[in-house]
Design a binder for this molecule. Sequence first.
Ligand code: ADP
Length: 738
Amino acid sequence: MAEFLRKRLHLFVLLWLGVSLIVGVQWAISEYQRIQEDFERSARLAHGVIARKLDQNESVLAAVDALLMPRQQFDMPVLKAFSHQLLSHYPQLYTVEFFQNVTRVSRPAFLNEMQQRFGNTFFIRDFDVAGRRSWVPAPVRDQHLVVTMIEPDIPEASSVYGYDVLHEPRFAADMLKAIQSGHKVASAPFDLYEGGRVYLLMQPVFMGGGDQNAGPGTSKRGSLVGVVALVVYCEKLLAISAAEGGAADLDLSIRSSQYGGGSIFNTHGKHAGAAGWLPALSQLEISLPLSSVSQPFVLTVSKEVYLSDFKLLGLLLRELLVMSLVISLWLIYSQRQAMQRAQSQADEALFLQSERAAVTLNAVHDGVITLDPQQQIEMANPMALTLLGMQREEVVGLPFQSVFRLIGELSSELAEDPISECYREAHTVELPERMQLATAKGHVRLVEGAIAPLFSRGGVLTGVVCALRDMGPVRQRAAEALEASELRVKEHLEKLSHVARLHTMGEMASGIAHEVNQPLTAISNYCQASLQLLEYGDDARPQVESALRLAVAQADRAGEIIKRLRALVSKRAMEIRLIDLNQVVGNCMFLAEYDLKERGIEMVQLLSVYPMAVMADSIQMEQVVLNLLSNAMDALRDEPVMKRHIIIHTRREGKKAILEVRDTGRGISPESLEVLFHPFFSTKQNGMGLGLSICQTIVEQYGGLICAENIPASGACFRIELPLSQTVTAPVQEPTAS
Ligand code: ADP
């Protein structure tokens, strides 16, 4: 999982880098465009400002011309005053100068006038060719253009008075051009001695038109008085204040087409020095012609673009946006991944749960049917289909009533079926006993189970589940188990009964031995008597025969006793048949006779005159009676001889055969009465406590019952009731024995 997330994180980092790169490039392009646009705007602004200044220069000269033209005589003070007034308005103007036209003829008068103005030191002068600021007297020429006015009258310029500008190689050509054309002409730029680069914008001044003696430079409009020149300060011409919207980082340059495109002046923007250590990314440049006639310059605006010109805030904001977008995407992606994982885990859990439910439903031996809210069958598991005896396609989607019904075996037709009750009551309905499942195909099965409602999360009933168990096989198995257990009980009982019989026999053994010994003694006596009688010859023959018959009878009796004993103690299979209880009592008397006599007990038999026919095993019944007799004899053990009586009484009562054994002993204590028939209850020292328990089992086995009670003023009475056999004659009610 961590590996998966790391890979995805790498992917998002790459995505971030990629998008950042695109955004960065887009930002750089747009920033560069912005810088370009700003540059162009600033360049055009600068162009406008400079063009205006050039126009101002032209206007100033035009105004001077207009001031002087109408006059007949050149008026220096008027020009000076006017110039003084103008200069304060136009900072690009350094000075206004007047170069007076002096011809060979007018030279002496001029010198005279000037020496009066400036003193004797005044002379017409030329600039020293060595370039130093020193002057040499100018030779007498046909024409001079001499500096006679400088406004403002700056002290550094005072030595310039008298300077013959017409013969100065730097201005001569332009000056002549102005004089000849009569128009304004700009000179080549030059550096001032006191610093600064300037150029002259010159305007020839003519007065008194038509004078042919004016010498070179005169025009039809009059004679040349001189040339008025504006000394234009290049630096101030290109200076654009912030108020004028000037950009500080622009390099400005003016060139003149007159001088082969040579540069007049350059100014450099702030960047040049400031960003020394950073290389310029590129250079922007634009050339704009300045449309002045006399100052035919071209303005070149350039700018070096540095990284610092790019506004990083935009990139920063974009980057922030990209990062927040990528982070949001990452979060959304992670969230989706987590949701998908949770979803797949939930799906897996759901699958396992439904798989578990499906396997369970297939494996259980109960039929499970689910019904939807419309009481239609949604699902039936294999066991349910077996119960219904139908295929899945035959039941799914059908209303349950058309497939099966649950009918109570004992309930009426109109009674509500448990499924409808479950829908109505919305709680589990246990199927009552002996509920039948009747299918559309006519099968009927006994079922058990319950109908449970199914609720949605919101507690709305969404259907019911019927859990049905086929009780047919269960009942059959229960019956088989019961039968097997009864068989086992019977076998066990037989074993117990055998043991009990042996025990009873053991107790009666001495009596029985005596019983057998008696006939043997009698036989022996009869045989000895017969031998003695044989000595009397044939006369004694009848007596011998009689003695021998008696001996045979005694032998038969002994044989009979042994036969019965064997029958009683032998472990044999039960033989249920019609027997007479009186006969059973007779047989028991035969076995107990000696014991009774031995113990001095008087035995009273009150036997019914009617056959006491019951369906039972005679040996088992003998065992019951012998056991009751044995207990009665034990109860009389401590009684005085005169009070030792046992009464055995048989009679019919309705459809019952009654057999009672009473004694005259001390009876049974109330506590013993309650547990008398419990196995292993005995008050005797060597008693097993099984006798009565076995008697009860035997009697109940034949549909009878055995009970005990105390007879007031006498001993105990044990009463056996058995159903009389139907084959006997009509029941007779006998009088109860007293
Ligand atoms: P056992 O004879 O081995 O004790 P029984 O089941 O035959 O076992 O008898 C259980 C008990 O019932 C006897 O121990 C005795 O206390 C009591 N009992 C049975 N018959 C009589 C009777 N006729 N008189 C008084 N008590 C009796």
